[in-house]
Design a protein around this ligand. Sequence first.
Ligand SMILES: Nc1ncnc2c1ncn2[C@@H]1O[C@H](COP(=O)(O)OP(=O)(O)OP(=O)(O)O)[C@@H](O)[C@H]1O
Ligand SMILES: [Mg+2]
Length: 341
Amino acid sequence: MAISNDIGIDLGTTKVMIYKQDEGIVLNEPSVVAYDVNTGAPFAFGQEAFMMVGKTHKGIAAEYPLNDGVISNYTLTKEMIKYFINKAYNSKVIKPKVCICVPSAVTGIEENAVVDAAVSSGARQVFLIEEPIAAALGAGIDILKANGNIIVDIGGGTTDIAVISMGGIVCSRSIKVAGNTFDKEITKMLKNKYSFSAGPRAVQQLKHEIADCLADRREAVPYKVKGINLAKGLPGILELTSKDLSEVVNPIISEILNAVKRVLEVTPPELSGDIYENGVMLTGAGAKIKNLDKYLSENLNIKVQLAQEPEKCVAIGTGLSFALEGKLESGFRDVTPGFDK
Ligand SMILES: Nc1ncnc2c1ncn2[C@@H]1O[C@H](COP(=O)(O)OP(=O)(O)OP(=O)(O)O)[C@@H](O)[C@H]1O
Ligand SMILES: [Mg+2]
């Protein structure tokens, strides 16, 4: 079998993953860039830049150039893509085909910036794939069959829900409520209710450790978060439990549940029948919040399955999509500059 040098890229709001057909995931780093505030010049990307988040002085900034599922800084996004492609793919001889999954809310102009970055990093052909299609492929669903499946991908910036059948999206919805929404709301609650300020990485860790969709019915799990006691203006530690987070977690998971219901409501009956059999597939790292599968299953009255390694599904799907070139009805496009669409 010929060795493929094609690469798939999950360009996520919070992380970037690159998948090579013969090697699997070869890069997995936060979508963060550190740059000089005065010149705008980037000097660190990914994990190295992530370690600087919340710790920079005035002269430098470390930020996510994709925010809430859109590209908030073109230049940094382009530089970041180039850096990651060059890190993952170093052959000067053979130019790769590149398939990129961009957040669902990006505009045409933003897409062009992403395509430019891939071409200037040496891509000979560039494809864009929609997140639910990539997620379904990566979760092992046979999306070409005349069989309805519903996929719910919860990322950092967006939750993308789609019913897929015969290689195309039948109905879908994307909401800007996802993993990072928990972080924003937890940060607000700490400030307003406990006069406590915690950094973005500490808040994320707190969420990963104890946020639980069924906390109200479970034993409270304690956790200590480090930050600033705002009343005293001094460094401090705040002890919280999983139950304390419920007032933040419950409204967010309820919004996600409602968005899934909206999609199910407009799903054609034959496909609804398939979905009743197949259940819901959850992907995206945001879906790893504790007991989300049980919460959704109880409220939708259907089976809900968290994919194996949900955080990797989209990246794996981008890599697998090359094999389906010409067979996918929607959600996969050749965007190589000069390609006649
Ligand atoms: N164990 C966990 N429990 C809860 N949330 C988690 C866990 N692990 C990661 N997350 C959250 O998942 C989110 C990132 O998900 P993912 O990596 O799928 O996003 P992305 O693909 O970069 O974003 P998007 O698809 O919106 O562009 C973050 O908010 C992160 O805090
Ligand atoms: Mg994603």
